[in-house]
Structure formats: C-alpha cells, structure tokens
Design a protein around this ligand. Structure first.
Ligand code: ARG
Ligand code: GLU
Length: 706
C-alpha cells in the first residue's frame, strides 16, 4: 500500500515535470513566453537567438519560398535549401527532353551554371509589430459586423500610410486569433533566385504518391537555390551584375543527428489551420465534406490510373495533376479517420459544455451565451451551401476543359474600349497557359472524367443547388459529346489562331463557346447563390470567448502563412494497437522498397553502389547507417514544407516535408500522441550533394558542426 502510493506520487511529480510535446504554432516575436517551456524540454538557446530585431537571429535565415513553401539560407553566399516538391515547378520549367532535370537531377558546378527562375521570389521577414490596438480602434464587442469590417479596413490603411513613410520594406498586416489580434510584418522580397541543384526524382520524390503522407518514408525531398541581390544587398530583378545575397545569419548544420526524445523545433510558414472551430463545424468537415471530396477525387484518380498505366506519355502528362489531386485525397482520408478514432468531435463537445457553464457564470459574458446554440443552427443552415461549394470545386471545376476555358473569361469580356496594352498582356499570359495546358492534355481522360463527375453532380445535388447548366442536361453522355465536339478549347490550333489574331470584335463569339458558358454558369452560381452564405458565419467572438475563458492558458493563433515557431521532440509513435513506428528510417529501407517495375520505387544505380560500399563519409550516423528521414511531435501543416527542423542549439537537423496521415487531423485538433511531422535528415541531403552528385563545392560554403 505504502509502496503503491509512493509510486503514485513519483508518477505524479514526474508527469508534472514533463511537458507534453507538440501543440502550437507560435509567433516568433512573442517567443519569450515559451522560452521557459522550450528550455525545460531541452533547448539550449534563447528566444532572442531565434527572433530579434536588435541583432542577427535565426529568423534572418528563414524565407517564404515561392509564395507557398519555406526555405532557409545555409551559407553566407545566399545558398538556400527547400523541398524538391517546392522547387519542382522551377525544375520542370528548365527541363526538356535534352535536359531532363526531373529525371536526372541538375547540379551547377559553378555560379555561372546556376539557372535563373523568373517568377520565383523569396521573402525575408525583417520585423514584426503588434498593431492590434490601432487596427481595432473605435470597435467594441457590440459593433455590427459590416461596420467592424469597414472600420478595420480604414484603420489598416491609415497604419500602412504612416509606416510607409518610415520604411523601405513591404508592409503586410494580418489578423490573428480570427481577428482578435493584428500584427504588421515588414518584409523584403528578393526576385533573383537561381536553381543550383536537385537530385533525380527517384531520390527527391522517391516513393512518389504511393508513400505520400505515409511513414516509414524514404524521400530525399530537397532542392538547392541561391538568392541574389544588387551590390548593396537589396532586392533586384535578375541581372548578370547581381551578386550572391549576404544574409545577416545563415543556419549552422549539425552532423550529430537526433536521438529519440531530443528537443526539436520547426521555423517556417504554416499556411492554414482551424483549431478553434465548434464541434458541429469539425463534425461537418470531417464527416460530411471531406468524405465527399475523397470519393470524387478517388473516382477521378481511378480514371487517371487506368489511362496512365496504358501509355507512358500519358503517365508523364498526368503525373503532376495526379500528385495534386492525390495529395488532398489522401490527407482528407486521414482527417476523417483521425477525428473519429480520437473522438475529436466529442472532445470539442466536452469543451463546449465547460464553455457554456463559464459563459453563464457572469453577467459580463452575455455575448457568449447564445453562441453555441446559434452555431448549431447556422451550421445546419450552411450545410447545403457547403455541399454546393464542394461540388462546384471538386466536380464542376475539376473538369479540365471547363477550367481551361475559364482562363479566357476576361478576354471574352474585352470591348473596343479596352486598352490595347491590357489585351496584349492577357494574350501573352494566355499563350503561356495554353502551351502548358495542351502539353499535358489528353482529351479521352477529360471526357471520361467529365461524364463521371457530371453524373455524380446530378445525383447528389437537387435542382435548386445546381448551377443552371446542369439543369439543362437530359443525357450526360450526349451532353459531354456535344460539349467536347463544339468547344474550341479542345483544339490547340484553334486556340492559337484566336490568340494570334485576336481583335475586340471576336470577344462575343468567344463568350459563346459552350465550355466557357459552363464556366460562367458555375462561377455565377457561386457568386450569386453560395458565396454570401459560406462567408457569413462569424467565429471571431467565439475565439474571443475561448481566450477570455482561459486567461492563464497560452493559446496560439491559427496558421495564416506568417512565420511561426513550433516545437516538440524527435519521436516515433504508435498508430494502432500492436504497431509501433521507429522515429527514423535508413538507406536499407530504400533497398527494401526497390522495385525496378514500379515507377515510384526505382533506385539509382549510383545510390546502390554507395550503399553497397557503405561509402557514407562523415554523413553516417554513429550506428554506422545512413539515416534518411525522421519523425517528430512538432505541429506543422502545409506551407511548412521545406522548413528547417532545428536541434537544441538551433542547428539544422533536417527539412520538414510531410506529416503522417494518421495525424493530419492536426489542422483541426492536435493530439501529441499521434500527430507527427516528417523531415528528411540533413545528413542524407549532404550525402546526396557530396557523395552522390559530386557537388562538394556547395558543402564547402556551409557551416558544418561535426
Ligand atoms: N504531402 C506533402 C504535402 O502536403 C507532400 C506533397 C508532395 N509529394 C507528393 N508525393 N505528392 O505537400
Ligand atoms: N507537404 C506539405 C507542404 O507542402 C507539408 C505537409 C503538411 O501538410 O504538413 O507544405
């Protein structure tokens, strides 16, 4: 008895001392509030070392890459690392049959060989400021929504105008905590970014879509770029006279690897999360909307697969589309499964019970009392519009012909008063779009997809929740035949002819193209019948309530594509009873997966040679093996791709590139027991650069800590 209670006391004290890893995406300028916890978990550096405006800090090495991913600077010559799947589009643009960098990889052996990437930019955050007070000036909890929006716009304009006078930087103001706080970012945008190197796809994309979202994982998901600046280190468009950018700080790289339980943090640009929704919204997303998306996308992918297996050319044409559609398809399966398996909706309901009691507990909480009851009704009313939106996006606009035709909507509205300069711009960008479209278009796939999706659309949506064109369809097959035979957008020669000889008097005829009319019908329905409903529910006050109710709990704001720090531990997990995942994978696993007949699992002969000779140089782990990827309990989401994962000293351990799909519900609810991010081990990255590609000159630029 006595021993038992001692044991209990011991467990209790231990568990009080142990901080649970994981949840939260923290604002770097407020990191001093997390510092103690981070240090208790093992961090050796300070919040100031991570974010400071008084001296150089890790933040000076982090960029928003290409508007959708994260990148980090790893040398004093502007060398940058991000994921292979983040650089993919730029690698593809430089690829041709003669120079197939996607298949073979690419390595610039000197600065002169680096490839400019028009359109690619990276953004450095120079400073962040809390502007909540100024943005919300003149607004109270009782201000009506319309008035609130207008006032906020006005206040933001004022702040921007004022700051513009004192800064050379680009200003961005964003709402945090669903509009309860506002922060201003001063950014610097660099537009001369060049491709330095990338591994072949069967390293950079090893495992392909088959392994996407899945652990164990063996993808060498990295690519290398360099940022250029003018002679003063300021942003400048591409020029031969530009010089490598000298950052205030670049990341040190650790060759020590990480042990299970080690502290680790990710520093990057998570895109969107929804952690503070009411139970009814989570239920709707996970159990109504996501399953429909998964079902429709699954059916599209089945058709793609059928044709891709028959024809190698089609396989390549549809590879990127397949990857795109498959990425959401797999992720949403994980969300539904995760929410249900881990009782996400019930957990939210339990919280709401407490919230309601709290709201009733004091008179000045009157504005919270009806919230949950109202949500129930509002989300119920919202349902048909959410469904309408889902079908619009996943069925209507998924049809390639319709989507492509939609690109010409603006051109079809040209009149004789439209300035020629504007028309020329449209034509130029449509020429590029059209060349890209036809390069990868295979009409038989699109026809079959269209027939399938229109049938699904008609089956699922009643007449008053359909765009008008659907209600005119009598027989889907003959409708599709007619549409594809009559529209000009299936015919590259016709489209080119239009673009080469366009005059304002041709706009009318263009507007009458049947595929463009379908597009207009879809968009018109969205604008007139759907948009107002889905943008109506306001969760701003509920967010404020959750903050008021838990004054001692530090809440983190939902991701919004701003720079965040998120931390946890390097660790594996138990996805199911009887199943445990180790926290790392090795080159052995690549050899196990090898299958020359399966595209995703082809292994490069040179990689095999290095493996057979165990020629790992200084990049092997102390267990003698080449570690490839590892998992950690760090809260990440889309946009964190390419983000550095750093150790207790703030040195680079790897690049984040994915999550385990069992935990993709973390965008709605984070569970530290099951949510894991996946990173490629930096030692594998360096091994590929150095030993595989022979680009050791890049390693010499880096600061390596052995
Ligand atoms: N799932 C990762 C993300 O959400 C990686 C996607 C790219 N990789 C792929 N095999 N499709 O973006
Ligand atoms: N692969 C994702 C991206 O491109 C990151 C994975 C995630 O969603 O966590 O941003």
């Amino acid at each position: 008895m006595k021993r038992l209670s001692l044991l209990i006391i011991l467990i209790l004290t231990l568990s009080v001392g142990i901080v649970k890893a994981g949840e939260g995406m923290w604002i770097p300028m407020l990191l001093q509030y997390n510092e103690k916890e981070m240090q208790e978990m093992g961090m050796k550096i300070t919040a100031e070392d991570i974010y400071s405006i008084n001296h150089s800090s890790l933040k000076d090495a982090i960029v928003l890459f290409g508007g959708g991913c994260t990148g980090e600077i790893v040398s004093d010559q502007g060398l940058l690392l991000t994921n292979h799947h983040c650089g993919y589009g730029y690698i593809q643009k430089h690829s041709s049959v003669e120079h197939d960098y996607l298949t073979n990889g690419f390595w610039a052996m000197n600065r002169g060989e680096e490839l400019p990437c028009p359109g690619l930019s990276v953004i450095f955050l120079r400073e962040m400021r809390d502007v909540t007070k100024q943005v919300l000036e003149g607004i109270t909890i009782d201000t009506p929504e319309d008035e609130r929006k207008a006032k906020i716009d006005e206040n933001m304009k004022k702040i921007k105008a004022q700051i513009e006078k004192e800064t050379q930087y680009k200003i961005r103001i964003e709402p945090f905590f669903l509009g309860n706080e506002y922060y201003l970012m001063l950014n610097e945008v660099y537009t001369d970014v060049r491709l330095v190197g990338c591994p072949p796809s069967n390293i950079g994309k090893f495992g392909g879509d088959t392994d996407n979202w899945v652990w164990p994982r063996h993808t060498g998901d990295f690519s290398v770029f360099r940022v250029y600046a003018d002679k003063n280190g300021r942003p400048a468009d591409y020029s031969k006279d530009n010089v490598p950018y000298k950052p205030a700080k670049h990341l040190e790289i650790s060759l020590k690897g990480a042990e299970e339980g080690d502290f680790a943090f990710v520093f990057g640009y998570p895109a969107h999360t929804n952690e503070y929704l009411p139970a009814v919204a989570v239920d709707q997303e996970a159990n109504l909307i996501d399953p429909i998306r998964v079902d429709l996308r699954g059916k599209v992918l089945d058709i793609y697969n059928k044709y891709q297996e028959q024809d190698p050319k089609v396989r390549i044409q549809y590879a990127a589309k397949h990857a795109n559609i498959g990425n959401g398809w797999k992720k949403w399966m994980g969300v539904t499964e995760g929410i249900n398996h881990f009782h996400g909706v019930e957990k939210k309901r339990a919280f709401e019970k407490d919230f309601q009691e709290w709201a009733l507990g004091a008179r000045n909480r009157y504005m919270y009392i009806d919230l949950l009851k109202d949500f129930k009704k509002n989300y119920f009313d919202l349902k048909p519009y959410e469904l309408a939106y889902t079908y619009l996006a996943e069925a209507g606009l998924r049809i390639e012909l319709i989507n492509f035709a939609g690109r010409f909507a603006r051109l079809s509205e040209v009149t004789k008063d439209t300035p020629q300069e504007e028309i020329d711009k449209m034509i130029a960008s449509l020429k590029t779009a059209s060349a890209n479209f036809f390069k990868d278009y295979y009409e038989p796939i699109d026809r079959e997809v269209a027939a399938m999706l229109l049938n699904e659309y008609l089956k699922a949506q009643s007449a008053d929740f359909r765009p008008a064109f659907l209600n005119d369809i009598k027989d889907v097959d003959s409708y599709v035949d007619n549409l594809y035979n009559k529209s000009m957008f299936t015919d590259e020669a016709k489209v080119n002819d239009l673009l080469d000889n366009f005059k304002a008097n041709k706009a009318k005829k263009l507007a009458n193209d049947p595929a463009l009319k379908v597009y207009q019908s879809l968009i018109g329905f969205y604008r007139n019948e759907v948009y107002d409903h889905i943008s109506e529910i306001n969760t701003n006050i509920y967010m404020k309530g959750q903050m008021d109710m838990q004054p001692d709990k530090r809440l983190f704001p939902d991701a919004n594509f701003t720079l965040r720090v998120t931390y946890g531990k390097v660790e594996g997990f138990k996805p199911q009873d009887g199943k445990t995942y180790k926290h790392f994978t090795t080159l052995e696993g690549i050899m196990e997966k090898e299958n020359p007949d399966i595209y995703d699992y082809v292994v490069e002969p040179r990689l095999k040679e290095l493996f057979n000779n165990k020629d790992y140089g200084r990049y092997a782990d102390k267990d003698g093996k080449m570690h490839v990827a590892f998992t950690a309990s760090v809260h990440t989401t889309g946009g964190n791709s390419g983000s550095p994962i750093l150790n207790a000293e703030g040195q680079l351990l790897g690049l984040n590139f994915d999550r385990c799909w069992e935990g993709t519900m973390s965008d709605l609810i984070y569970d530290p027991d099951i949510c894991r991010n996946i990173s490629v081990d930096i030692r594998y990255v360096l091994f590929i650069i150095d030993k595989f590609a022979g680009a050791g000159h890049l390693i010499e630029e880096m600061t390596i800590v052995e």
